[in-house]
Design a protein around this ligand. Sequence first.
Ligand code: FEO
Length: 165
Amino acid sequence: MIKERIQKSLNQQLNAELYSSYEYLAMSAYFESESLSGFARWMQLQSQEEYGHAIKFYNYLLQAGGKINFAPIDAPKVGWTGAEEVFKDTYKHEQKVTKSIYELVDLTLEEKDHATNIFLQWFVTEQVEEESTALKILDRIKLIADNKSGLLYLDHELGTRAAAN
Ligand code: FEO
């Protein structure tokens, strides 16, 4: 049976992943309003990926004999000054998620919960990719600076992102 502290923290992470999904959907809506449909598609797929992360926590909690405790999901930010600000927020957000995953891993070591520790390893690896992807896109946006053609080229490229299986 899963320990109370672990159950509570996994439920908090479930909520955080749902918030991530909500936030990226808000960013997608922002890009739609800016007629940057490639960025919008990329963010919508990112939102779906985050929902998938939430479902991993949901399924694991149930499988481990835990209870699901839904909590309100905070409203995401609305309105950005441009793609650079959006991806700055994305990178910052992913760094925050990494920190919370690491704290969860620390907790499993404290509680000697090896099963949850193994479950979380997937997220540890995933966060390396999440941070690296956000930073790469941010760096490219900075390179483009005020060049509109560059922005449209990147928009086209991000629009080719494949949906996750
Ligand atoms: Fe679920 Fe982007 O971390």
